[in-house]
Structure formats: C-alpha cells, structure tokens
Design a protein around this ligand. Sequence first.
Ligand code: SAH
Length: 344
Amino acid sequence: MGEPRYRADQVFRGLHQRRLRSFEEMTDLPKALRAKLEEHAAAATITVESRYLSDDGTRRYLMKTRGGHPVEAVFIPTENRDTICFSSQSGCPLKCDFCLTAKLGLISNLTVGEIIEQIVIVLNDVYGVAGATPHGTNLVAMGAGEPFLNFDNLIKALEILSDPNGLFIVPGRVTVSTAGIVPRIYDFAKLERRPNLAISLSAPGDELRDRLMPINKRWNIDELLTAAKEFERTLKRGERFTFEYVLLDGVNDTERHAKELVNLIERHELRRVKINLIPHNPAEQLDYFPSTRESVEQFKRTLEARGISAFVRRPRGRDIFAACGQLAAKEGPNLVRITSLVGV
Ligand code: SAH
C-alpha cells in the first residue's frame, strides 16, 4: 500500500501481540490507514457461534469460517498450565472408526489465518483482550482434522505463533498429532525449529489397525514405525516423542495387545517414545466403549514392566463433547451454553 515498513510491524503486533480483532482498534495507526486496511483486508475472519463450559473448567468453542465451515477449539485448564487444542481442518478426511469428527468428512483445509485466529479467540476469552501474552500456555494440534494433510499452512501458522513480536508461543510448547501421514513425518523431522510430535497408533498389528484407522492401508505399521525411528534419530538430548493409543473396551486393550505393543516398540528399537493411553470417549454414533479402569491400569503396568513410559490421559470436557474424538459441532440440550463473549 506504499506505507513505510514499520506500519507492517505495527499491524503484526496489533493482530498477534495485542490480539486485536479489527484494524479500527489499532490506534497507533493513522485513521486513514485504518480505514484503508478495513477496506482491503480482514483482521478477523472467524466468528464464534457458541461456547460451552464443562464442569471441569474446560471450554469448548464452536466457530465458523467466512465460508461457513465449522471450526472447533478447546481450552483445557490444569493446575500448572493451560492448553489450547486447535483444529487444522474443518472436518477430517480420515475415517478412524472410533472418532466422531471422522463422520463429518473433510469440509476444508484451514488457512494460516484461520488456524491462528482460533487461538487468539480463546486467549481473548480466557485472559481478556489485549492482556499480556500469558506465559506457559501450551498448544496441541489435536482438534478436528489431520494436521499433516494441511502441512504447509500448519507449519506457517506455528512459525507466526512463535514470533517474539506476536504470541511468542515457542515450538517447545506445541505438540502436533498425526494419524500417520508417513512422508510428512520425514518432512517434519527435517525442520529446524519444530514442535513435539505425537503419533496416533491405537493398534499393535496391521489387521486391527486397518480396521480402526484405514489410513493404515496406505502406510502400514512397519512404514509408520520406520518413519518414527527416523524422527527419533533427530531428537535432541532429553527430547521424546509420543504414541497415542485410544483404549477401546475388548478391542485393543487386552494383555495380549499390550504385549504385542511392547514387542513392536522393541522390534523397531524405539527408545525415546512414551505412550499416552487415551480412554475412549464414547458417542452415540460410535460402536465402541471405554475400557474399564482395571484394563487401563493393567495395560499401563504391562508397558511399564518392560521399561516403556506410559501415561493415562485424563478425559476433559466429556460432558460438553469437548474430549478427544468428540469434536463434531454437536449441540445438545445438556450443554450449558454461554453466549456473552468479549473480544471476539
Ligand atoms: N488426526 C490427528 C489429530 C487428531 S488428535 C490424529 O489422529 O492424531 C486426536 C486424538 O484423539 C488422536 O490421537 C485420536 O486417535 C484420538 N481419538 C479419536 N477419537 C477418539 C475417541 N472417541 N476417544 C478418545 N480418543 C480419540
């Protein structure tokens, strides 16, 4: 627009550091420039449709892109840190049998801006508009969609999110989860500044994984774990990566499955992996049930007995369908809907 360079820096800070949602509010810019920007660009493209508050403090946001595509993000508070779970796609093209988001199919890839806006909206709601950048907020790309099928936009968004003149959420505080898009794992491994990696495994053998996660027919467990090994080689000292394993009652949660999982990890010589066990979050449209507490504990013990770290992920926001695998823009009478929302 023929403006001096520092104006761009002011706009960047306005959008990312001050988390403003309109150019009008950027009072450090001349009025005429603000008007020109409003005319030619958009500071905000996503709108919040509704917000739900769980008994456990988790907040779920149903948003829409300008094109009307649903986007969801979840705010998860814990004692010592907060986590924002954001979406990389509207819907999801993968057909994981235990996941409700899969039922939507792919609606669209989110743009770089749409990925970032979700986080800005949640931060504004939780910490207030233009508040200081909260320290210690973690990000997880574990909402709707397969992040590695929107790779370029995701990586660009994470780069912008880490900018010291913006939100300054550094890669070490970010985790990206993939269902196993193998070529992108190799690409990811080559990145210089990169977030943590989680791989959704959920079965110790191809026959079962083909059924639960059909992406396995494209890249099987052997190919996936070979890529994981390659990624492991690029880890810095003290770093680890994660396998997520959704525990489905009677399907993949028996002693036999736990032992097969250990053998698989040993065969591939994976030494820096930790296992996140995720009790299945049920939904009416899904044919699976959560494992019993005893089988979850037994599964964990079997892994630990063979020297593999395992953690049980506590389900959060189940009452508002905000937990893993439940994001499918579901509204319901049992949901407490909060409409007054500032700064979005
Ligand atoms: N597509 C990516 C990002 C989604 S992350 C991936 O698959 O990794 C969401 C996590 O929730 C994944 O580990 C997925 O396996 C898990 N998940 C899906 N449906 C679930 C359900 N019903 N209960 C518990 N976890 C589920």
